[in-house]
Design a protein around this ligand. Sequence first.
Ligand code: SF4
Length: 398
Amino acid sequence: MQSLRKLFKIGHGPSSSHTMGPGFAATYVKQKHPKATHYVVTLYNSLALTGKGHLTDAIIEATLAPKPVTFKFNVDIKLHPNYFVFEVYDADNLIDTVSVRSIGGGDILYDNEENHIETVYPHQSFDDIKAYCLSNNISLYDYVKAFEGPSIDVFLSEIWNQLQKTVEKGLVTEGVLPGDLKVQRKAKTLIDRAKATETEAQKQNRLVSAYAFAASEENGSGGIIVTTPTCGASGVLPAVLYYMRHHQSITDQKIIESLAVAGIIGNIIKTNATISGAVGGCQAEVGSACSMTAAAHAYLSDLELEQIEYAAEIAMEHHLGLTCDPIDGYVQIPCIERNAVAGIRAINASSLAGFLSDTRKISFDMIVHTMYQTGLDMHPKYKETAEAGMAYFYKQKK
Ligand code: SF4
């Protein structure tokens, strides 16, 4: 498995596979061809159908500026769901063609270029990691430190700082999100209402929701977020960690350790399945984020390794089959609300794992495999095309 530095990325929303990945590829092409005069970029499949709502064309154009870019939009289901091709011109001469797959979480793979994939962990499955931890009597956090080195704390601390900044910016920003839907930001209203609630359970629900809305609204407006593990699902983990740090007296160091635990869960999913909505539906994005968050919450609750695994497994199990149908291609409806629901669900999964782990029959590795197979079997129109589900019926209503 790769480093957690490849999983948690700080960058602009609203989409890791539709905005960040294409932005990275455009930077590569620009550096490779400083003398290019113009470009033709063809976006395929999900990138063609939802790219405008996800700002794919905007990020590519801005990165390649001031050279002009002409866009083409095509559907070819034989190709990867997030496929795109740069044709590079010097005057009338086509000097290079660069084909790219955006595989989720901002990661990209080139067809005919060198891909640098460095692995730092010798294990791929939770079972193998668990066996290593148990035989060496170490925690999941110690495991991460053993293979990433002590400097991983510095990296995770930067990630934690950004997660907090994103939540805090979202909490004080009002108005309407960019795009045709004119979605009203709600984080500030939610946090104001949270203060007026009476029971602890209500308060927890409102606070976690407010923090998830805050981070997800920042993402929806193209603000700076962290891929946890993607942009679309970037509200779940910060919502719960922010709640634990600021309302449950958990220290910053313990939060950093829990980020390592969440990262290992995300890495296992990314390595053995997918974290891309265009490949596996929303179960792969928000389902993965919920699973990572449940594991982090279980770690913060001082649960055992088996219970952390169970929390991550429950969280994923109850997202199986979740489709991706963003209305008009914007990462706003259902995405923002869904992040809040997943935050609450992660806490519930961790809480269940705390007292039911002796009876469990499904392993985390099995549920990851199940999620991937379910995603592959899912009809392509339910995987980030904005042509099915709520997106379809919303269009009919207009
Ligand atoms: S529905 Fe889920 S997978 Fe699809 S764009 Fe929204 S958050 Fe991402």
